[in-house]
Design a protein around this ligand. Sequence first.
Ligand SMILES: Cc1ncc(COP(=O)(O)O)c(C=O)c1O
Length: 279
Amino acid sequence: MDVYYVDGEFVDAADACIPVNDLAVLRGYGVFDFLRTYRGKPFHLEEHVERLENSARRIGLTLPWAAAEIIRIVHETLRRNRHEESGIRIVATGGASTDFLTPQGKPRLLVMVTPLAAPPDSWYSAGVKIITFHFDRLITDAKSINYLAATMALEEARRCQAVEAVYVDRENRVQEGTTSNLFLFRDGMLITPGKGILSGITRRVTLEIAETLFPIDIRDLNKEELMDAEEVFITGTSKGVVPVVKVDENVIGSGSPGPNTRRLMEAFRRYTERYADAH
Ligand SMILES: Cc1ncc(COP(=O)(O)O)c(C=O)c1O
């Protein structure tokens, strides 16, 4: 049985619950972050906690816990679970509210550690299909718990035999996926949007690795450029670097993972190994 940290206590996952007057339940008001382990070591935990704090600031939620306290609780929750690799969810809820609408300074902290669900090997060897989905995310640099559009977009993706949906905003810009960032290669240049997105930590690491390998252009991308790209890939905590070979019904490049993407996938894999060795 998994053990979760819920508002000050460690409990069995089956017994984990929060009161129904929490704004997370009533209004989708709260923030979260998700990270994973590599060889048992939480990957860039400090950075994820920093992002959680930033998300909270962006939605006006005051967190009473210091970053060091959250980090300590994550390590302790990990220690109480025994998975080979873990997915770690850190949630800060809006807390109890007597008017059922406004925060009253009682956020709850939840840390959920579960066995990591790794995507199938075929995603990396054959590439995946993604779809486009028209939507403008609100407060894009905050990881709010409100994933209404993401849930709907992913359902649509599944109906289309795709694994991810990427948001296209009202100005026809392709921004990012429901839980991933988007990259493409065009004339050997690595291009990724820089505005109106969540700053993915996998994206940040990928850009750091790519710096020595390819010219990089961080700029807006439109849907036509995506469809015309030589190579496309997505990045995210749960999936790493995943080659995209089809967007909607449009085949990308040769229809199989391109050489630049494969190079980056390999470099990312080596980076995670070095990270696990060093921590
Ligand atoms: C909207 C959005 N964009 C991008 C990402 C990728 O971020 P990371 O690489 O930190 O997982 C996520 C992660 O869930 C996300 O929800």
